[in-house]
Ligand binder design. Structure first.
Ligand SMILES: NC(=O)c1ccc[n+]([C@@H]2O[C@H](COP(=O)([O-])OP(=O)(O)OC[C@H]3O[C@@H](n4cnc5c(N)ncnc54)[C@H](O)[C@@H]3O)[C@@H](O)[C@H]2O)c1
Ligand SMILES: [Zn+2]
Length: 245
């Protein structure tokens, strides 16, 4: 019987257009906790209660402490084999795009070029008053909350919070890419946050396949053509060896 790895590798090998859709699980092996595992003092708060505009307006310092804490973890993190091998795969196909829900920038650090960040990037900030977005690498952030160097208003992380809309340009590009892909490789996402979770469904709707890689089943698993249970880096490595043959 053909293994799931062989089955996945065969589809990928014969595809010209691939979309990768990643979530927090792809960065777990780089030491960045997924959202269910935020520990320490943050056990008192649910991530959802800190990652919202209301929380920011009520207590910008608290929200910034949460982001500063995450920035410090992310600053130490290196891409793992899943990020690295996906970046190598970019040159092996007519098109391979990574659409990520992650704000950690690890796909870029691994060398991927075609990246769409649906939820922003933790290393950018935004001045809402002036509608300016800029890189902000200070680590740790001091003073908290940081102020805009131009107008003095409190800056916010340039990420998409609960209840906020995704950038419509990025979302529309993502939808187009997903519709054209022959396979959507979905890695390490709980597939419950919409509209992002809709992306692989578009690939399937247009006749493409869904390959899901996760350490546990998700709401997408029943819809997926192939589900491979396991850690992202190990599964991607096994598939990579088959397609690089
Ligand atoms: N900003 C916040 O604080 C916050 C909080 C909760 C959710 N969210 C949003 O929800 C979005 C979606 O969440 P998500 O799906 O990215 O993360 P998630 O934490 O909901 O899910 C992570 C998934 O990765 C899997 N996983 C864990 N380790 C893995 C490994 N080594 N290999 C493969 N899979 C592994 C888990 O089984 C799980 O299904 C996030 O991008 C984020 O924007 C944000
Ligand atoms: Zn400003």
């Amino acid at each position: 019987m053909i293994s799931k790895i062989d089955e996945a590798a065969n589809i990928i090998k014969n595809a010209k257009r691939i979309v990768v859709f990643s979530g927090a699980g792809i960065s777990a092996e780089s030491g960045i906790p997924t959202f269910r595992g935020v520990g320490g003092i943050w056990k008192k708060y649910r991530a959802e209660e800190l990652a919202s505009y209301n929380a920011f307006k009520k207590n910008p310092e608290l929200v910034w402490r949460f982001y500063d804490y995450r920035r410090q973890i992310i600053a130490k993190a290196e891409p793992n084999n899943a990020h690295i091998l996906l970046s190598k795969m970019e040159n092996m196909f007519d098109s391979l795009h990574v659409i990520t829900q992650n704000i950690d920038g690890l796909h870029k650090k691994a060398g991927s070029k075609n990246i769409l960040e649906l939820h922003g990037n933790i290393w950018r900030v935004r001045c809402e008053k002036e509608e300016k977005v800029f890189d902000f690498m200070q680590n740790p952030v001091d003073p908290l909350p940081p102020k805009c160097p131009f107008c003095g208003d409190i800056l916010r992380p340039d990420v998409v919070w609960f209840g906020e809309s995704l950038n419509s340009d990025i979302l529309n590009k993502s939808f187009k890419i997903a519709e054209k892909a022959e396979i959507a490789i979905v890695i390490g996402t709980s597939s419950i946050v919409y509209p992002a979770a809709h992306i692989p469904l578009l690939t399937k709707k247009k006749g493409g396949k869904i390959l899901e890689i996760n350490i546990e089943k998700t709401p997408l698993t029943d819809i997926s053509d192939i589900f491979i249970k396991g850690k992202a880096s190990m599964i991607i490595q096994k598939i990579f060896y088959k397609i690089a043959d």
